[in-house]
Design a protein around this ligand. Structure first.
Ligand SMILES: Cc1cc2nc3c(=O)[nH]c(=O)nc-3n(C[C@H](O)[C@H](O)[C@H](O)COP(=O)(O)OP(=O)(O)OC[C@H]3O[C@@H](n4cnc5c(N)ncnc54)[C@H](O)[C@@H]3O)c2cc1C
Length: 429
């Protein structure tokens, strides 16, 4: 009887078969399917440079990340050894120009975001936090000395960043955050907590947003990895974006020298220009995820036979596939138009909020249909769709939840803000 207790479970059974051997009838996503979702020839709207970048990102992601993603997703670990490969995508600096940064157009950055997310949404979030939150914060809100000091190495992933706004008690209501910045000789003391902060368990530098104890306004600080009083602990048990390392951060009298306070952040409004960029990028994540799911389902249905015919031959299957394809065409055009509105300086907060809310909602239908199309394999990460299905859920909720983004647009089109309940205290910012 003793042999049945403790470690006996580890001796029962054999290791799982390689999925390609166990299920030879359909190719797993480690060998990524061809891109076939560009039905309305979106490529025609892109410049030659944008098309070339799209192809390059697609090729690197399919070759370098697709073979390892299910394994790392399952282990909830980040593939640090792949960072040099991700650096070759040329996306670490986002749209930042100068200081060793290539300065992509917003459109180029957006379609690249989709190409990364098409293969793996965790990698896309890892890049997005760094390139579209950290980089623009330093570029738009940093001093000249900070830009010269930090941007060149960040631009090549030689150093990695994270961006900390959310707190345990302040998620959607982030403008009420409580982390305190107190002036002390030569700098500042930061005290408080942050939650959900992507890349924070390993980032070399953390952008911490805190409330100035004197002015009560928002300030921003660059905090270095390993400084006394700083602790970031990995959040466990996520069902989506499992490769992304989200951290719970505790700041206990963390000293930040004056030279590391970001001079351009003096109110919540000052970070809205950063969020305008990151939100457009997040719009393109559900688009990319949907493209990957469509590609996978398209191949799978032609390879898998039931009732003596490929699944692709059945009407019910075709209708689902076409519904997915229609969603993708519409999402791409909305995302593209947002890029053009941003690039011409006309994009409003309501427009970007609608883009984020709507694409994440449409993508939910795409991944849900994809999950149905694959039957049992629709719940296996090896065939991409289950992983994508789960990865979309955190995206539905971050960078403003679906509801909050809808309310931002609602405020813009009605002139009436509906966020605050009559029961809530007045906002402090
Ligand atoms: C995977 C992941 C990565 C993240 N990365 C980062 C990061 O790098 N940096 C960072 O700062 N933050 C990050 N976040 C935090 C993210 O921005 C928050 O989760 C998000 O803002 C929502 O906050 P919350 O989770 O506390 O939900 P809550 O604010 O508690 O909301 C819970 C629910 O109530 C709804 N709700 C809230 N208020 C209203 C209202 N007024 N009217 C109607 N509905 C309402 C919401 O829509 C939601 O459905 C990340 C989150 C996730 C899941």
């Amino acid at each position: 009887m003793g042999s049945l207790g403790g470690g006996a479970g580890a001796m029962v059974g054999l290791p799982a078969l390689d999925v390609a051997l166990a299920f030879p009838q359909a190719t797993p996503a480690s060998l990524f399917p061809p891109a076939v979702s560009d039905y309305y020839q979106f490529d025609d709207l892109l410049t030659d440079e944008e098309k070339a970048l799209r192809q390059k990102v697609r090729g690197i992601m399919e070759k370098e990340i697709a073979p390892i993603m299910a394994q790392y997703w399952e282990k909830a670990e980040f593939p640090f050894h792949a960072i040099p490969k991700l650096a070759t995508l040329g996306l670490a600096a986002g749209i930042t120009k100068g200081y060793g940064c290539p300065g992509l157009s917003l459109t180029a950055n957006a379609i690249s975001t989709a190409e990364v997310a098409r293969v793996d949404a965790s990698c896309s979030t890892f890049i997005l936090v760094h390139a579209s939150l950290v980089m623009p914060t330093i570029d738009l809100c940093g001093s000249e000395a900070q830009k010269q000091k930090y941007l060149p190495s960040l631009a090549q992933f030689k150093t990695l960043g994270c961006w900390a706004l959310t707190e345990p008690d302040y998620g959607s209501d982030a403008s009420s955050l409580r982390t305190a910045a107190t002036k002390v000789p030569g700098g500042w003391h930061l005290d408080g907590q942050k939650r959900w902060i992507g890349n924070s368990t390993f980032a070399d530098m953390l952008i911490i947003l805190a409330r100035n104890a004197d002015t009560n306004q928002l300030n921003g600080f660059i905090v270095k990895k390993g400084v006394p009083g700083l602790k970031s602990t990995k959040m466990e048990n996520k069902i989506g974006l499992r490769m992304v390392q989200n951290g719970d951060i505790i700041l206990n009298k963390v000293f930040v020298p004056e030279e590391d306070r970001l001079p351009g952040i003096n109110s919540f409004q000052d970070i809205n220009k950063v969020l305008a960029i990151s939100r457009v990028m997040v719009v393109w994540q559900p688009i990319g995820i949907s493209m990957g799911v469509f590609d996978m389902c398209h191949r799978y249905l032609k390879e898998r036979n039931q009732f003596g015919a490929p699944l692709a031959a059945f009407q019910l299957k075709q209708e689902k596939l076409v519904r997915m394809l229609g969603n993708i065409q519409a999402m791409v055009l909305v995302g593209w138009r947002l890029c053009k509105l941003y690039e011409s300086g006309k994009m409003t907060r309501g427009q970007s909020a609608l883009g984020k809310a709507w694409t994440s909602r449409m993508a939910r239908e795409v991944v849900s249909l994809g999950r149905e199309l694959l039957g049992g394999n629709g719940i296996l990460a090896d065939f991409l769709v289950a992983k994508a299905f789960c990865d979309l859920e955190p995206i539905f909720s971050y960078e403003g939840t679906y509801e909050i983004n809808s309310l931002v647009t609602g405020r813009e089109i009605t002139g009436v803000a509906s966020f605050k309940h009559a029961m809530s205290a007045k906002s402090r910012l």
